[in-house]
Design a protein around this ligand. Structure first.
Ligand SMILES: Nc1nc2c(c(=O)[nH]1)N[C@H]1C(S)=C(S)[C@@H](COP(=O)(O)OP(=O)(O)OC[C@H]3O[C@@H](n4cnc5c(=O)[nH]c(N)nc54)[C@H](O)[C@@H]3O)O[C@H]1N2
Ligand SMILES: Nc1nc2c(c(=O)[nH]1)N[C@H]1C(S)=C(S)[C@@H](COP(=O)(O)OP(=O)(O)OC[C@H]3O[C@@H](n4cnc5c(=O)[nH]c(N)nc54)[C@H](O)[C@@H]3O)O[C@H]1N2
Ligand SMILES: [Mo]
Length: 767
């Protein structure tokens, strides 16, 4: 079967939803799942992407590495590549893995390999690389937490419980439609975001749910610098605070509620711990500063009267407080997450149907859904012989500061000395901050190995680049724990060029190192799929339901599994009976303040939620806030070269949005190319103007592939519009050390120089 034949539409799925695909007249066709009420347009990135010249076609080795062997090298990222056959490249890599393991131990290998890769359960690239390193070289230094929830992940267990129990197994959209009076959404609930889910969903219900709730009378309030963060179907009210000031805003609301006796004392008494310390701070008894609405207004920029009215209107209502992931992806990101929970507790709403606190609801399609009654198997990762880890966003710090100490969640840890980094399924030149520094960090390695479908900047900075198949080129099982549809992901196309599945690459490497049995367990891909599927089949059998065997599932193309009659999860159970179902916190209650965190003694994360002014805020040189949020035209950097993503660019650049007044003050008009800059770096973008945002903000989404170039004055910049050349590589705090990439401070000017061509999608120089 050649990929240009006309074939019937076959089932597949992606993080952006279930769909089917087939070929007509040599062009890939995609069609959303027929039951999806609001399909995600991101599937339209596939047709042009599948055979785009940005794909990696053959194994490549960086010339300097091939000629001089492993070692730190300033040419990483600028060197040319040499095409090498599969046998030869795998021989070289197997030898290098053995050398590093024998000379420095597996604790010198970084296999954190953060990233979303693709939706199938078996070809999940991170699981593949972790299993490979565990079974083949004895382990690796791993990363903990995520870029999504870098601050909330470590914080949540201190105050409520596991992150997933507060985000994923909590309030459902069905409950909001039925019960909620007020949704107070910090960071909004943008449909662009909630149509994405790790593992993919088959039905995108957010739009219709907001519409149905609003029609019933539910009041949606979007608190965000950008009006576009909530859809019109929610008929919402919009409040635009200064970025990074939500904690002050919430403190103001809480102060007013307490001042007027509108707080739920009995809930606080029975279900909360550490109230008094917090109340002393809130009312100004401990620091002389009452956190009144007037005080909050002076920080967040929303009028005192508006805050007072808002506070009063929440009391006694079934109110749901939602904090988007974005709020905690910045300096002191722990604070709004904690304060959101405290505000919900003050209102006495935690654990009530459709009320309380659901962290990050509306930021991803797998939140706000019921949970499946049968589980989805994951590829087992084996045992990691190395205990060392880093908080995921400390990658540059680790590589640049081996042996140096750092704080994390009450521990004083030491950065390991990494010689070899192995990446499969992620793009650090997308996800990390301060890309100039990241490039310098990767240059310290002996060897950098990357499996990629395309020539991302990460691949360009590697020594060994192994071309892997993209999702459409292999078989898999698509499923996520909060969507009832399991999809038999059929192969739609033959591998591009010499690309191979990550799994097959690892099998051949393991064979060379003598660990094939341990890695593969003797199974090929089909056998693994059947093996992983068994868990689901057994789950169905245990429930006494029809449990088709793998072959039948594969032929049926999809399968609907039963879901649990969710009733609000951990928080509901706690609310119903706090003694029988205590929270997994030190007190078994909501930690309004935390003796544990206070005991860490961190000035940047004290023992109760607090307003901590940012270190970096707009000044004369960098007067604007940069919001570097998720792109609407793609998932992260994936398929940026696809048709849908490219159709949203102008003059091939990413589009940034500015307020007309801010633009006018700088002589910038609609469609002008602008240079956005600060002390970290600079990039170009095409400016579009919008009234629906704060004047003090410029918004540039993430996702444009890093395209280093120089302006006429010889200053480095990204010619394409990757905002991570402008973000600072700082942790959220000593507690979580999370990613702080959402916000930065910048200046913007019209760019009058010659426009460099975009080279990000051209393969690097090779011979
Ligand atoms: N400034 C700023 N930065 C941010 C954020 C922000 O808000 N602001 N958001 C952060 C967040 S929340 C996240 S989650 C991260 C996302 O960061 P990443 O998850 O690293 O971004 P992706 O572009 O999804 O990277 C996935 C990579 O895997 C590759 N890939 C796809 N399929 C396969 C496969 O089968 N095998 C292999 N080997 N590779 C494959 C893709 O081509 C792509 O390059 O970004 C973070 N970065
Ligand atoms: N289309 C698309 N959807 C995605 C993704 C994608 O890459 N593309 N990525 C997915 C992933 S991995 C994740 S983790 C989620 C991320 O979900 P989020 O992190 O919540 O998403 P963002 O779009 O980065 O941010 C949401 C909004 O928060 C607002 N905001 C920023 N700073 C502040 C602030 O200080 N205060 C307030 N009140 N608002 C602020 C911004 O206006 C921004 O548009 O999205 C997921 N959905
Ligand atoms: Mo994320």
């Amino acid at each position: 079967m050649s990929s240009t034949d006309t074939i019937p539409m076959l089932p597949h799925t992606s993080h952006w939803g279930a769909f089917s695909a087939g070929w007509k007249d040599g062009r890939l066709q995609v069609r959303p799942h027929p039951n999806d009420p609001d399909p995600n347009p991101l599937i339209e990135n596939f047709p042009e992407a599948i055979h785009h010249r940005a794909r990696v076609t053959t194994p490549m080795v960086r010339r300097g590495w091939l000629e001089n062997g492993p070692g730190p090298d300033l040419r990483r990222g600028v060197d040319e590549f040499v095409a090498v056959g599969w046998d030869e490249v795998l021989d070289l890599l197997a030898k290098e893995l053995e050398r590093v393991r024998d000379a420095h131990g597996p604790g010198s290998i970084f296999g954190g390999s953060y990233g979303w890769s693709s939706a199938g359960r078996f070809h999940h690239a991170q699981s593949q690389v972790h299993r490979f390193l565990n079974t083949t070289v004895g382990g690796y230094v791993r990363s903990v937490n995520s870029y999504s929830a870098g601050a909330s992940g470590p914080l949540m267990p201190h105050i409520l419980g596991a992150l997933d129990d507060v985000s994923r197994r909590n309030v459902t959209w069905e409950q909001i439609v039925e019960h909620t009076d007020v949704v107070l959404a910090f960071g909004g609930m943008a449909l662009k975001n909630s149509r994405v889910a790790s593992g993919g969903v088959s039905r995108h219900v957010e739009r219709e749910s907001m519409q149905a709730a609003a029609r019933r009378g539910c009041r949606f309030i979007s608190i965000s610098p950008l009006k576009s963060d909530m859809p019109s179907e929610a008929a919402f009210e919009w409040l635009a605070p200064t970025p990074g000031t939500d904690t002050a805003l919430m403190l103001g609301l809480a102060h007013r509620l307490v001042s007027e006796g509108l707080h739920d004392r009995s809930f606080i008494d029975t279900c909360c711990d550490g109230w008094e310390i917090f109340e002393n701070y809130l009312m100004g008894r401990s620091d002389g500063v009452p956190k009144s609405c007037a005080w909050a207004a002076s920080i967040c920029g929303i009028a005192e009267t508006v805050l007072i009215e808002l506070a009063r209107s929440l009391a006694g209502k079934r109110t749901l407080v939602v904090i988007a992931h974005s709020l905690q992806r910045s300096e002191h990101g722990e604070q709004p997450v904690w304060m959101g929970a405290v505000l919900a507790a003050v209102l006495g709403q935690l654990g009530l149907p459709g009320g309380g606190y659901n962290y990050a609801l509306g930021t991803l399609a797998h939140y706000g859904k019921r949970n499946n009654a049968v589980s989805v198997a994951a590829l087992p990762q084996g045992t990691n012989g190395v205990e060392d880890f880093i908080p995921v966003a400390r990658i540059s710090d680790m590589l640049l500061n081996p042996g140096q100490p750092y704080d994390y969640n009450g521990q004083r840890r030491i950065y390991p000395h990494i010689r070899l980094a192995y990446w499969a399924g992620g793009n650090p030149f997308h996800h990390h901050q301060d890309l100039k520094q990241l490039a310098a960090a990767f240059r310290t390695l002996d060897t950098f190995v990357v499996h990629e479908i395309a020539w991302t900047a990460t691949a360009r900075h590697a020594d060994i680049v192994l071309p892997c198949t993209m999702t459409l080129e292999r078989e898999d099982i698509g499923a996520t724990p909060t969507d009832p549809l399991f999809v038999a992901m059929h192969r739609i196309a033959e591998p591009h060029g010499l690309a191979r599945d990550d799994y097959d690459i690892f099998c051949d490497l393991a064979r060379r190192i003598g660990t094939w049995d341990a890695f593969s367990e003797g199974r090929d891909t089909r056998q693994w799929l059947a093996h992983l599927y068994e868990r689901t089949r057994k789950g169905l059998l245990d429930l006494g339901l029809e449990a088709p065997d793998f072959e039948t599932f594969w032929k049926r193309e999809e399968m609907r599994v039963p879901q649990k009659d969710d009733d609000g999860g951990m928080l509901r159970a706690f609310r119903v009976n706090p003694t029988r179902s205590p929270l997994p916190t030190p007190s078994g209650k909501v930690q309004i303040s935390s003796a544990v965190i206070a005991g860490f003694g961190y000035a940047d994360c004290p023992g109760h939620p607090a307003w901590l002014p940012p270190t970096f805020k707009p000044d004369a040189q960098h007067p604007l806030w940069l919001i570097a949020n998720q792109p609407h035209s793609k998932l992260h950097s994936q398929l940026d070269f696809g048709g849908h993503s490219r159709s949203t660019k102008r003059q091939d650049r990413e589009v940034c949005t500015m307020h007309p007044a801010a633009a006018r003050a700088r002589g910038i008009r609609e469609g002008d190319i602008v240079r956005i800059f600060n002390e970290v770096g600079a990039c170009l973008a095409s400016a579009t103007l919008s009234q629906d945002m704060l004047e003090s903000v410029v918004q540039l989404p993430t996702g444009a592939w890093y395209d280093p170039a120089y302006d006429a004055l010889g200053r480095p910049m990204c010619a394409h519009g990757n905002p991570n050349v402008l973000t600072r590589d700082i942790g959220t705090s000593s507690l979580a050390q999370g990613c702080a990439g959402q916000l930065s401070t910048v200046q913007v000017e019209r760019y009058n120089g010659a426009l460099p061509a975009i080279r990000a999608f051209e393969p690097p120089p090779a011979r």
